[in-house]
Design a protein around this ligand. Structure first.
Ligand code: FE2
Length: 380
């Protein structure tokens, strides 16, 4: 069959402390009036709204503000943002924040041009229409959204995470200035970095994985396993987390996510658990679940991480243990009960998990209700 793959990554990436200073010039190339999309607190509290606005205005860009994005943004929020974008006549959208602000910026860029309701564009629909150009500035180290075609939105009424996806949603420019991570609380640093780890390992074992995304994924996992613990404590050591998160984003943009995200969505929509933590609780057991389906990948990952093993089964165990030990040292719960989940929820959990078809079909191992049920029972 030979080697065969497609790789597409059109984002200009500016990485480094102080790179935020380039915002005005970058936006100016894309438009004359920008909508700055942020969450409700972080950007304002640390003075970023004023700073980003000045940077753009100094380059001759007019700025309008939409600072109402909540964690796990809803259809209603992005529709409201699109209305603001239309009323103010902007021609470029700048997202500043965690995954929620960036994903909202993408949906606003789409709805502003194409009209309609957010739910009209939900996957399996594939966005091919033009959208406003997007500049993405991540302030957490997990989303990867700055380089992906995905906008994850929540259907609040149906208690479901949905995804709007398509090439035009990929940001034109991503500015990764690790200085912003100084303000990220320790726990959010850990949770978002573990979301990045989920992206990396899921892209790596995904059915849609390919040689280039595998490289990004392997390097991302290696960095996170080695440096996350130190960087959680030491704000000066966080540059590598921003980098690892970017790599993992480049990997999922090609390969997508799998069962870990499908299970994690349940904890976020039913128990309001942070997205990164929702994934983290499932990571070690997911390695055990999927390892038998991907022996070659397990061996390659173990080699890449410098683990010594005698069989592929032993390699899988070592990877699972490294993750579990890291999570224990970080104080991340590995039992569902600690997150407020009760045994009686098992059937809803199974049904919800398997309903995320896009993720489940991408998983390397075919999953039955029994597989998901026993995994739940194992870590309740
Ligand atoms: Fe994620």
């Amino acid at each position: 069959m030979g080697l065969r793959f497609a790789f597409h990554s059109p984002t200009k990436i500016l990485f480094g402390r102080g790179s935020l200073e380039e915002l005005g010039e970058q936006v100016k190339r894309l438009g004359g009036k920008a909508l700055l999309v942020t969450g409700r607190r972080f950007a304002r509290r640390y003075g970023y709204i004023g700073r980003l606005t000045s940077l753009m205005e100094e380059s001759g860009v007019e700025v309008a503000l939409f600072d109402r994005v909540e964690p796990n943004p809803s259809f209603e929020t992005v529709e409201e943002g699109a209305l603001t974008a239309r009323k103010t006549g902007v021609d470029v959208v700048v997202g500043f924040g965690g995954g929620s602000a960036l994903d909202a910026a993408k949906a606003i860029a789409l709805l502003c041009v194409q009209g309609g309701r957010a739910k009209d564009y939900v996957y399996p629909y594939v966005v091919e229409e033009p959208v406003l150009p997007i500049v993405a500035i991540p302030t957490t180290c997990g989303t990867g959204s700055e380089v992906t075609k995905f906008s994850v939105l929540t259907d609040v009424k149906a208690k479901r995470k949905t995804v709007v996806a398509g090439g035009p949603l990929i940001p034109k420019v991503a500015i990764l200035d690790p200085e912003v991570l100084r303000h990220l609380p320790r726990d959010l640093t850990v949770y978002t970095a573990l979301d990045a780890f989920s992206h990396a390992i899921e892209a790596y074992w995904s059915k849609a994985s390919q040689p280039i995304s595998d490289l990004f994924a392997l390097e991302s996992m290696k960095i996170l396993l080695k440096d996350l613990e130190k960087a959680a404590q030491d704000v000066e050591a966080r540059d590598v987390l921003h980098y690892a998160s970017l790599l993992a984003g480049l990997a999922i943009n090609q390969a997508g996510t799998t069962v870990v995200h499908a299970m994690g969505y349940y904890l976020t929509t039913y128990h309001d658990v942070h997205h990164g933590l929702s994934n983290a609780v499932f990571l070690p057991v997911a390695v055990r679940l999927n390892a038998p389906a991907i022996p070659d990948k397990v061996a390659r990952l173990a080699d890449y991480l410098g683990l010594e093993y005698e069989s592929v089964e032993a390699a899988a165990r070592l990877i699972e243990e490294s993750l579990a030990r890291l999570e224990d040292r970080l104080g991340v719960p590995r039992r569902l009960g600690e997150l407020g989940v009760d045994r009686s929820e098992v059937e809803v959990f199974v049904k919800e998990t398997l309903s995320y078809r896009r993720n489940i079909e991408n998983n390397p191992r075919e999953l039955t209700e029994d597989d998901v049920r026993s995994l739940f029972m194992e870590i309740i």
